[in-house]
Design a protein around this ligand. Sequence first.
Ligand code: KIV
Ligand code: NA
Length: 277
Amino acid sequence: SRRLTLGDLATKKDAGDPIVMVTAYDHPGAQIAEEAGVDMVLVGDSGAMTVLGYDSTVPVSVDEMLMLTRAVRRGLTRPLLVGDLPFGSYEASDALAIETAQRFVKEAGCDLVKIERGGTTVDRARAIVAAGIPVVGHVGLTPQTATALGGYRAQGRTAEGALAVIDDALALQDAGCSLIVLEAVPSEITRVLKPLLRVPTIGIGAGADADGQVLVFHDLLGLLDGPQAKFVKRYADLRGAAIDGVRAYADEVRSGAYPAAEHTYGMPADEVARLQE
Ligand code: KIV
Ligand code: NA
C-alpha cells in the first residue's frame, strides 16, 4: 500500500482519528511497526540509550543515527518516517541545520526531520522548511537539553512554565512545522493548544487530548531494565520472554537436548560408504 502523506495526517486530525507513532531503530523493529499498522515511525535519538547503550541522547552522532535510520527505512513502506536530528547537529546555524536535515533525507530516506526546543530552534525549523524538508517540532521535556531543564522531569507545571511551552509550540507552528511533539507536560497545556494549533500534536506524556501519541518501542514492549517514566504503558514483556528463551537454549546446550536429530544434517548412505572407504 502507498506511503502516507502529511495530507493523510491532516485528514485524521480533522476527523478526530488519533495518529499513531512509535519509534524504531532497526529493520525488524520497522517491519513490526509496519505490520502493526502505525501511521508514523520515528527513529528517535532515544536509540542512543535503547540500542547503543549511552546514558543520555547527547553523545549520539549523526553517522550513528543515519545508520539506524537507513535500517528502518529499508523495513518501511506505508508509515511516514521521521529522522531525529541529534544534539549538536543543527543548533549552531541555519546552514548546519539544513545540511544535516538534507543528509537524513538523501542518505536515509526520511520524510520529515525532528528538532528539539523553541528559542533559536524556531529559526532552524524555518530554515529547514524553506529548504523543502518538513519539520517536526518537539517541546516540553527535551531530553537533549534535560540538564538545563533540571533533569528528566515534567515541564510546564506552573502557569509561567506552561505559557513558555505554549509559546514555543505556537512559534514552531508559525515557523512552518508540520507536527508538534509535546513531551511530559500537563494535559492542560495540550488542551489549551488544541484550538490554537492547525498542525497535529503528538503527545508522549501529554494526556489524551493530543492528536496522536508516540511511545518508545523498547518502553512499550518491555525490552528495558529499570524504572520507566510515568507516561509509559507496557504492552508486552519482551525482555522477560527473551531472557527465558536464551536461558532455555543455554540449558539445552548444556544438557545435550539441543541440537536434536531434526536440527542435524546427514549424508546419503552411498556417500557415507564412500567416505568410509
Ligand atoms: O527520541 C525519541 O524517541 C523521541 C520521542 C520520545 C518523541 O524524541
Ligand atoms: Na528524541
